[in-house]
Design a protein around this ligand. Structure first.
Ligand SMILES: NC(=O)C[C@H](N)C(=O)O
Length: 340
């Protein structure tokens, strides 16, 4: 008989393992593992062996942080040699941020890492957790894609390309600018997943700390004083959510404020408010003016990927120039390089 693959499950919290209480769903220690023990399908002959490591405390993913990302990455690094693949059980609210952050922190990943969760707890009727976890385990063992992936509602995505699009539907995630990697239907269909041999080399991980970053969503009538105040705070980077392909109001006051901030060494990244498509500051005069003011194009990265990338890059000892360059460089498949 073929030896079974071994999968490590890092259980951080989220709805998947929650229990109903009089104040709504709450994470309860031991509850998820107990529920799984009573589900024979997880022990089917075709399923891999798995070990669940429950974090303490279990959290709602609203409480995730760069410090917690570092703990998670170190945990996986410590167990890297003992397992064939890794699953992270996580709340959906910030799942795309964690998937993006881990993609950057893991600097030499050659085994599958799949992050998943659910909209309804595993123990509840009509839960999506059973399918999400069963498929994640099955895929990690039998269809490994050696990168940080996110599995939800029968689709395996590149983690750093995802965003949460639905607050209460089962199709909670989309990958607006990159195709689905695998589709779980009657068969597991490979769409854009790159198959590579799983090798047991050492996993190198990078440092990640909390950095001073802000996001500003442009809208008609935005008072520039608000932006000015934000840029006066001890800020390292600002993500500017602009219109369409990266356009902003053609107001000299705005451009002057941005130019001064970027001259002071604040990184200003231009991301579109649109879900799909890419920033191209050469497209319109309004966008061109931003690039003249020192604003960096976020290309087709999700806001989650940009935030994670900024936390990661600013945690390395890199010069402003190098960080600026790496922001627009494809590090882990998070952006479509302009010549692709
Ligand atoms: N579906 C979920 O997991 C939502 C939950 N609030 C969380 O993100 O932890």
């Amino acid at each position: 008989m073929k030896e079974k693959k071994r999968i490590y499950i890092a259980y951080t919290g989220g709805t998947i393992g929650m229990k109903p209480s009089k104040n709504g769903f709450i994470p309860v220690a031991g509850y998820l593992s107990e529920t799984i023990k009573n589900m024979p399908e997880f022990y089917h002959d075709d399923m891999p062996e798995f070990e669940i490591h429950e974090y303490e405390p279990l959290i709602d993913s609203a409480d995730i942080s760069p410090e917690a990302w570092q703990v998670l990455a170190t945990d996986i690094q410590d167990r890297y040699h003992d397992f064939d693949g890794f699953i992270i059980l996580h709340g959906t609210d910030t799942m795309s941020y964690t998937a993006s952050a881990l993609s950057f922190i893991f600097e030499s990943l050659s085994k599958p890492v799949i992050i998943t969760g659910s909209q309804i707890p595993l123990s509840q009727l009509r839960s999506d957790a059973r399918a999400n976890l069963l498929n994640s385990l099955f895929i990690a063992a039998h269809h490994p894609i050696n990168e940080v992936c996110l599995f939800f509602n029968n689709q395996l995505f590149r983690g750093n390309r995802t965003t949460k699009q639905h607050a209460d539907g089962f199709s909670a995630f989309v990958s607006p600018n990159y195709p689905v990697l695998l589709e779980a239907g009657i068969d597991i269909k490979n769409i854009a997943g790159k198959k590579q041999r799983t090798v047991n080399t050492r996993l190198t991980i990078g440092k990640i700390d909390k950095q001073s970053i802000a996001i500003l969503h442009l809208f008609p009538g935005l008072d520039w004083q608000v932006l000015d105040n934000l840029l006066k705070s001890p800020l390292q980077a600002l993500v500017l959510l602009t219109y369409g392909v990266g356009n902003a109001q053609q107001d000299p006051e705005l451009l002057k404020t941005l130019k001064e901030a970027s001259d002071r060494g604040i990184l200003i990244v231009n991301c579109s408010q649109c879900l799909k498509g890419s920033v191209n500051m050469g497209g319109y005069a309004t966008g061109h003016a931003l690039s003249e003011a020192g604003v960096i194009g976020g290309i087709d990265m999700t806001t989650e990927a940009v935030i994670a990338k900024l936390h990661y890059l600013l945690s390395q000892s890199l010069s402003y120039k190098v960080v600026k360059e790496l922001l627009t460089t494809d590090l882990r498949g998070e952006l479509t390089a302009l010549n692709d």
